[in-house]
Design a protein around this ligand. Structure first.
Ligand SMILES: *Cc1c(COP(=O)(O)O)cnc(C)c1O
Length: 229
């Protein structure tokens, strides 16, 4: 990995992923040039944790982005605060981190004003860790049912980080639990809910996550190289 360029890493990872798995490049702390290099090598989706940094990055890249066809897809993968919701609605194509009715309602309201339907994932705190955001697994179904009532956001699946372990095998039960939730919610057949995306992993565990049904993997370090943070 050391010595490889971003383009080489992107191509290697893209060819190693099974068909139907979307690679989302986690771009926190990265420069616009790094993101551009990754997209030009074939990456189609960029995940960002921070609304304001994503905004600055998109401003820098605006001219280049306007010539991309198909356009780059931007996913919000960090926690969303209500006072950033309006900007997030303008900047992102998917919000992966909806974890309360309150934030869902705020996003819905801004979407209505902007004339936009936002695809969202509901973030599951699969390890029930107090340090992590996300809804507890036993509260997920009731939250999804409530969000389904909102007309301007569409639930398209679930996201989880899972606890961080040295051994990625240890994360498997949390991925399995999240997939079980997704399947249960899919069979509930709710209006405006389409349980087709499962965004799971935590840095070193994306291969285990894919074995457990993840079809969206958020990868940072392995694409862009070690972060200096
Ligand atoms: C940073 C981040 C990742 C990627 O982590 P790496 O260790 O850099 O691969 C994935 N998901 C989320 C939500 C992140 O914030």
């Amino acid at each position: 990995m050391i010595g490889q360029t971003i383009a080489e890493r992107v191509k290697e990872l893209l060819t190693s992923l099974p068909q139907g798995v979307l690679l989302v490049g986690a771009a926190k702390m990265r420069t616009p040039d790094e993101v551009r290099a990754a997209v030009e090598a074939g990456l189609t989706a960029i995940g960002h944790n921070y609304v304001q940094q994503a905004e600055a990055m998109r401003q820098t890249l605006a001219q280049w982005e306007s010539q991309r066809d198909p356009p780059v897809r931007w996913h919000l993968i960090g926690h969303l605060q209500r006072n950033k919701a309006k900007k997030a609605v303008a900047l992102f194509d998917m919000i992966e981190t909806i974890d309360s009715l309150r934030i869902a309602r705020t996003v819905d309201r801004h979407c209505a004003a902007a004339g936009k339907i936002m695809p969202v994932l509901v973030e599951i705190n699969s390890g029930e860790e107090s340090s992590k955001t996300g809804v507890r697994p036993d509260e997920a179904e009731s939250l999804v049912r409530q969000i389904a009532e909102l007309e301007n956001i569409h639930v398209q699946g679930l996201m989880t980080m899972g606890p961080r372990f040295g051994n990625p095998e240890d994360a498997r039960p949390y991925f399995r639990l999240t997939r079980g939730l997704l399947e249960r919610l899919a069979s509930a057949d709710l209006q405006r809910v389409d349980m087709r995306c499962l965004s799971m992993d935590m840095s070193n565990s994306y291969q285990v996550a894919i074995e457990e049904g993840s079809n969206m993997v958020r990868v940072g370090t392995k694409l862009f190289g070690p972060r200096s943070d």
